[in-house]
Ligand binder design. Structure first.
Ligand SMILES: Cc1cc2nc3c(=O)[nH]c(=O)nc-3n(C[C@H](O)[C@H](O)[C@H](O)COP(=O)(O)OP(=O)(O)OC[C@H]3O[C@@H](n4cnc5c(N)ncnc54)[C@H](O)[C@@H]3O)c2cc1C
Length: 356
C-alpha cells in the first residue's frame, strides 16, 4: 500500500482530500493526514477569535472520515527526504511515498528588534487565543496598536472596534493610503469606516523597534498596551528547513507540477509555496490543492503529465469591517457595505457546508 502523507490540514490539503475522497483514491493508496490540531482551523476567521467576537467552536471544521484516511495528531519537527519520513515531536516517524507540505505560514518580523518578543500574533489558533485573552483583559481606555494594514490587520482592527468600543485603536499602514494597490474607491470606503468608527490609521509608517508597552514609528515612540503584528508572513520554519528547498521571493520554489525541483515526491501547497498568481490566500491554496490532486491521480494511473497545468485565475478578495460592513473586490468591480459583508458570510457558510 502506498502512503500519501499530507502535512497540515489547512485550506490546501483540505482541497486535496476533497478531490481524492471518497472515489478518486486508488485501492493501493492510503492517506495519512498530520496536523497538530484535531480539526481544520478556519484561519481566515482568526481575527474574530482574537477580537472576541467569534467563539472557537465556530471556526473549526472536522476532518473527513474514510477507511483509507488516517489522521495523526502531532507536531511535525522534520522532513527527512533521503529516508522519506516525517518526524514528529513525540518521536513518531511517518513514512511517505508522496508528501504534500501544507503547513502554512508564520509571522515575518523583518528583523525589527523586539517585534517577535513584544507583539501578539494571529497566525495560529493557539496564538490567536493568547491574543484574545490579552486584548479582552485590557482595562477601559487602553491602547491597541495593530502593525500592518493588509487584509488581516484591517479585519482585526475593525472587529476589535466593534467588540471593544472603550479601547483606543491605532492601525499602522506602510502605504500612503489604505489598500494602496487596489482601487481608490475601496481605499476611501475603508478609510471612511475607520474615521467614523474612531480607529486612527497612521499612513506611511515604518515600525523600526518594539519594546514592552511601546513601538517606534520611524523615530517616534508610541505607547501601546497591546501590539498586534500583522505585517508580514513567511512559510513555517519546518518547511523552510526541508533539505534542498530553495526560496524564491520569500516562498518555497516549486515546479509547474507543484513539487520541489529536486524531488518529485514532495509537493508544496498554500502559504508555503511560491506563486506568480498572487499573494498567499486560502483561495490560492485551494486552487493549488486542486492541481496537486490532478498530478497525483495522473501519476497513479501511469498517465503522462501535461507540461503545464491549467493556469490559476483568482476571483478577487473579500474583507470584513466588523459584522455588518465589508468590501469585495472582483477584478474590475468593487462592492462595499452590508451586501459585501453578507457575501463574505455566505462564502464562509458555503465553505463550512462543503467541508464539514
Ligand atoms: C486574519 C486572517 C484573515 C484572512 N482572510 C483571508 C480571506 O479573506 N481570504 C483568503 O483567501 N485568505 C485569507 N487569509 C489567508 C489564509 O488564511 C491563508 O492563506 C490560508 O490559511 C493558507 O492555507 P494553507 O493550506 O497554506 O495553510 P493553513 O490554512 O494555515 O493550515 C496550516 C495547517 O498546518 C498545521 N500546522 C502548522 N505547523 C504545524 C506543525 N509543525 N505540525 C503540525 N501541524 C502544523 C496547522 O495546525 C494548520 O492546520 C487570511 C489570513 C488571516 C491570518
Amino acid at each position: 500500500m502506498k502512503n500519501l502523507v499530507l502535512l497540515g490540514g489547512g485550506y490546501g490539503n483540505m482541497r486535496v482530500l476533497l478531490r481524492l475522497l471518497p472515489n478518486n483514491l486508488p485501492q493501493d493508496v492510503q492517506i495519512t493526514l498530520v496536523d497538530r490540531a484535531p480539526y481544520h482551523s478556519l484561519k481566515t476567521e482568526f481575527y474574530a477569535l482574537a477580537a472576541g467576537t467569534t467563539p472557537e467552536s465556530h471556526i473549526r471544521v472536522q476532518f473527513p472520515g474514510h477507511d483509507r484516511l488516517k489522521v495523526v495528531y502531532g507536531e511535525v519537527t522534520n522532513v527527512d527526504r533521503s529516508k522519506q519520513i516525517v518526524q514528529l515531536a513525540d518521536g513518531t516517524d511517518v513514512a511517505y511515498d508522496d508528501l504534500v507540505v501544507g503547513l502554512g505560514c508564520e509571522d515575518n518580523y523583518h528583523n525589527v528588534p523586539g517585534a517577535e518578543e513584544f507583539t501578539y500574533s494571529i497566525q495560529s489558533m493557539k496564538k490567536s487565543r493568547i491574543a484574545y485573552d490579552a486584548i479582552n483583559s485590557l482595562p477601559t481606555g487602553a491602547t491597541v496598536a495593530v502593525v500592518g494594514a493588509g487584509l488581516s490587520g484591517i479585519e482585526l482592527a475593525s472587529e476589535l472596534r466593534e467588540s471593544r468600543s472603550d479601547l483606543k485603536i491605532k492601525l499602522f499602514d506602510r502605504g500612503p493610503r489604505i489598500l494602496k494597490n487596489f482601487p481608490e474607491r475601496l481605499s476611501r470606503y475603508v478609510q471612511k469606516w475607520f474615521d467614523s468608527n474612531d480607529v486612527e490609521v497612521i499612513a506611511n509608517s515604518d515600525i523600526t523597534k518594539v519594546e514592552e508597552g511601546a513601538l517606534f514609528n520611524h523615530e517616534d515612540r508610541i505607547d501601546a498596551d497591546i501590539i498586534a503584528w500583522t505585517a508580514g508572513i513567511q512559510p513555517v520554519k519546518v518547511a523552510r528547513d526541508i533539505e534542498g528547498v530553495e526560496m524564491y521571493r520569500g516562498r518555497i520554489k516549486i515546479t509547474e507540477h507543484y513539487h520541489l525541483p529536486v524531488d518529485e515526491h514532495v509537493f508544496i501547497v498554500g502559504d508555503c509555496a511560491h506563486s506568480d498568481v498572487g499573494g498567499p490566500s486560502a483561495q490560492l491554496a485551494e486552487e493549488q490543492g486542486d492541481r496537486i490532486a490532478i498530478v497525483l491521480q495522473k501519476r497513479w494511473k501511469g498517465e503522462t503529465l501535461p507540461a503545464t497545468l491549467a493556469p490559476i485565475k483568482l476571483k478577487g478578495f473579500m474583507g470584513a469591517l466588523g459584522k455588518k460592513q465589508g468590501f469585495v473586490n472582483l477584478g474590475n468591480s468593487t462592492v462595499t457595505g452590508r451586501i459585501a459583508r453578507m457575501m463574505k458570510s455566505g462564502l464562509l457558510w458555503m465553505y463550512k457546508h462543503q467541508n464539514g
